[in-house]
Design a protein around this ligand. Structure first.
Ligand code: GDP
Length: 306
């Protein structure tokens, strides 16, 4: 039986799949031989699924080479494409690191609205169910709502939240939270941060300061710098990821909102461009709507018949 999460992911990728896989089926139905027309249409389909032009070109080159060598038939094309897509995500998965010297500090970054706070709640809950202790830190001191929201999640999942008033220095809140997590020998400390892009340079400097303070107080911290991205903006995520990575050295990516996007294919160029592991994906608003990213499962879900 397929897991509940896999079913959600399959459903979530429905729109992307519809654009890609159902169309490929139509394309090759009753066709003999891989004619030029099929290749052209396939290129168009891959590009509309947001797989990006450079990767589409290189996938097609490989597929054409394969077709020549194997005298293949159109109905084998899907299987071969699936194999190539899994290969394109080789090394893209990975678990959250765990520092031998607790707490493992996880700094969570991302533009407002991408799902940072929800993702922190989801990962924390997952870790709690594995018996790990977690403290949350509300270092987005720019918005009252952000502090309240993290507080609400903390109550819902039963975790301590370290917060100060709106306008406090985020680095000072992070410092307090770290001291608290050290004193309690907590396994993980998650730090929620601001994500207002209209003051980009100030934001980056503020986040760098948080990083510096953490590193000074606790060697190796932050052990993870996670960037949260929203799947529904497709390839625009590449620009966001590059911007954050240049300034703050991202160690892992979480992609949210896979439920209901037609741009699920953007995962492929994102990994190709940045080579940063994708640690988790989100498929809904509830705490259990999060799972590790496994490239094979992802591609499988993309091709799964519902
Ligand atoms: P933040 O501003 O980055 O902290 O974003 P929030 O965590 O407040 O999330 C913004 C909105 O996205 C909220 O309405 C969340 O419920 C929603 N959200 C977060 N993750 C997902 C997801 O995987 N799927 C869906 N459909 N909504 C999500």
């Amino acid at each position: 039986m397929k897991s509940n999460f896999f079913q959600k992911l399959t459903r979530g990728l429905g729109k992307t799949r519809h654009r890609l896989v159902s169309e490929i089926d139509l394309l090759v139905e009753n066709k003999k031989g891989l004619q030029e027309e099929i290749w052209e249409k396939l290129e168009e389909l891959l590009i509309t699924a947001d797989i990006g032009i450079p990767l589409t070109r290189s996938l097609l080159e490989d597929l054409r080479r394969w077709a020549k060598k194997n005298e293949s038939e159109p109905d084998q094309l899907k299987g071969e494409l699936k194999r190539s897509l899994i290969e394109a995500l080789d090394g893209a998965g990975g678990d959250l690191v765990e520092s031998p010297n607790p707490p493992t500090v996880v700094l969570v970054l991302g533009v407002n609205g991408t799902g940072k706070t929800t993702t922190i709640a989801k990962i924390s809950r997952l870790l709690s169910t594995r018996g790990k202790s977690v403290i949350l830190c509300a270092a987005d001191t720019f918005r009252d709502a952000a502090i309240e929201q993290l507080g609400e999640w903390g109550k819902r999942i039963g975790l301590e939240v370290v917060a100060q008033d709106r306008g406090a220095d985020p680095a000072a809140v992070a410092y307090d939270a770290l001291a608290r997590a050290k004193a309690k020998r907590t396994d993980y400390l998650f730090i929620d941060t601001a994500g207002r892009l209209h003051t980009k340079q100030n934001l980056m400097e503020e986040l760098k300061k948080v990083k510096r303070v953490l590193g000074k107080e606790h060697p190796g911290a932050p052990h993870e710098t996670l960037l949260v991205l929203d799947a529904s903006i497709g390839q625009n995520n590449i620009v966001q990821a590059r911007t954050f990575n240049e300034e703050l050295d991202i160690t892992g990516i979480v992609i949210t909102k896979f439920d209901g996007t037609a741009k699920g294919g953007a995962v492929f160029p994102l990994f190709r461009e940045l080579s940063i592991p994708i640690k988790y994906i989100g498929v809904g608003e509830e705490t259990d709507d999060l799972e590790r990213f496994y490239p094979e499962d992802f591609v499988e879900a993309l091709f799964e018949e519902e």
